[in-house]
Design a protein around this ligand. Structure first.
Ligand code: UDX
Length: 454
């Protein structure tokens, strides 16, 4: 019996921290490495430097037994492990749509140079197709003498807010570029989810890289598709939410990712579609370029739509008007505000001279770091108090269930813009609010003609 592979995880952001904790949960000895000493110090005592439901508990459980450790010392990690997961970021490059792969390249080369025994290097980061092939060359040319290493790709599909469940019980496991030996190691590493029926797709390197990128591109396309239809709905007096429900019953379409509204943001979807646009252009694959351009444009236009609706609700100018903004995170269940449509809208209104008061149940602190000049509230009530107009920009459950009668008593005006189609429009209208939503007619719900049989 060969001993179980020991695991290192390079990069302990969202992906790496979750992956490290999940690997420990699956029974392995894991060491996480990051260049940021503050992050390592926090994780080492079981503290997660971001909001992710369930992750602090999982981390503490395995940190306390010593099965999971964190270090800034890469050499220590490579000496103690056999399988090295590369989990560093690939942010959008400044002034370009391309993804910046320099962190992935640097991390891979550093791991290889520090190897003291043979190892398997597993790329998990989302990269432009072709990156792994290039890295393979770098791996071979940086190996210490007498040491052997293989590089394969194993993309990660986790969602923020559901990262733990997505990692412990993934929809599928994709492994690209494996030899018989490395495939066997990966099947051992993922033995737990494989035993419960998670399908494994074994493929070549470029396919593995592209599966990840296309999954995100498809999700983004679904969202922009429904937002394009929402525009038609609004113009024609149709209801996009009812329409999406009806579409979703067709299992070929499915209901998920058909919520019309302010569109997508976050650390992945926007940068991934732009990186795909860029890489497809380099490869001469122009259909993907124009499709992704449209998806991006439709998505960004949603933010402007909400700004326009706000102007409309305030009679053409937001100058010195008080705007209560519910939501700063790019979606609920996270404190992540990277490319957040909500904060983007808040900042744009602030720039136009509005007095903007933002409340988010989790993302207030991260939002304040990026946009310190906006006003922030500590509760929904505080954000709504004296507001001339209220904007619901992230569908946190506490906004969805807020009492419209109480809120109307606090507000100055009686206009709400439901940019996520998440509140009970009829209930808010009954309470006395004028509700505008993307993809639904401006007419009050109750005022619709009702067909009464003769
Ligand atoms: C995404 C992918 O879902 C995940 O598989 C991948 O690994 C990383 O990127 P994440 O960025 O966490 O995950 O967010 P996701 O849940 O996909 O939502 C992205 C954005 O789309 C959010 O801003 C959300 O508000 C928006 N969205 C989602 C919609 O506007 N409408 C929808 O119907 C669904």
């Amino acid at each position: 019996d060969t001993p179980a592979p020991r695991i290192s995880v390079i990069g302990t952001g969202y992906l790496g921290a979750t992956h490290a904790a999940a690997m420990a949960e699956m029974g392995f000895e894991v060491i996480g490495v990051d260049t940021d000493p503050a992050k390592v110090a926090a994780l080492a005592i079981g503290e997660v430097p971001f909001f992710e439901p369930g992750l602090p508990e999982l981390l503490r459980k395995h940190v306390s037994t010593g099965r999971l450790r964190f270090t800034t010392d890469l050499a220590e990690a490579t000496a103690l492990s056999d399988v090295h997961f590369i989990c560093v970021g690939t942010p959008q490059q400044r002034g370009s749509n391309a993804a910046n792969t320099s962190y992935v390249e640097a991390a891979t080369v550093e791991v290889v140079r520090n190897l003291t025994h043979d190892g398997l290097i597993v790329g998990k980061s989302t990269v432009p197709v072709g990156t792994a092939g290039r890295l393979r060359v770098a791996v071979q040319s940086n190996l210490p003498s007498g040491i052997h290493a293989e590089l394969i790709w194993n993309p990660e599909f986790l969602r923020e807010g559901k990262a733990v469940a997505d990692t412990l019980t993934p929809d599928r496991i994709v492994i690209g570029g494996t030899s018989a030996a490395s495939e066997a190691i990966m099947r051992e590493v993922y033995a737990v989810p494989i035993a419960t029926g998670t399908p494994v797709i074994v493929c070549d390197l470029p396919t593995a890289e592209l599966v990840k990128v296309s999954a995100n591109a498809f999700l983004a396309t679904k969202i922009s598709f429904i937002n394009a239809i929402a525009e038609v709905c609004e113009a024609a007096g149709a209801n996009v939410t009812v329409l999406a429900d009806a579409l979703g019953h067709d299992i070929r379409i499915g209901r998920q990712f058909l919520n019309a509204g302010l569109g997508f943001g976050g650390g992945c979807l926007p940068k991934d579609i732009r990186a795909l646009m860029h890489r497809s252009g380099e490869l001469g694959a122009h259909s993907a370029v124009s499709l992704m351009q449209q998806v991006d444009e439709i998505n960004m236009a949603q933010r402007q739509r909400v700004i326009d609706l706000t102007l409309e609700a305030l009679g053409g100018s937001v100058l010195n008007r008080r705007i209560g903004i519910l939501g700063a995170a790019f979606k609920p269940d996270t404190d992540d505000v990277r490319d957040s449509p909500a904060l983007n809208v808040a900042a744009a209104l602030h720039l136009r001279g509005a007095q903007v008061i933002v409340f988010d149940p989790e993302a207030g602190t991260t939002a304040k770091k990026i946009f310190p000049t906006l006003g922030y509230a500590d509760s929904t009530d505080e954000a709504v108090t004296n507001a001339d107009v209220v904007l619901v920009l992230t569908e946190w459950p506490e906004f969805v269930s807020a009492d419209p009668v109480r809120l109307l008593g606090l507000a100055q005006g009686a206009s709400v813009i439901d940019a996520r189609n998440c509140i009970d429009r009829a209930a808010w209208e009954q309470a006395g609010w004028t509700v505008r939503s993307l993809g639904r007619s401006a007419q009050p719900t109750a005022g619709r003609p009702v067909f009464v049989p003769a």
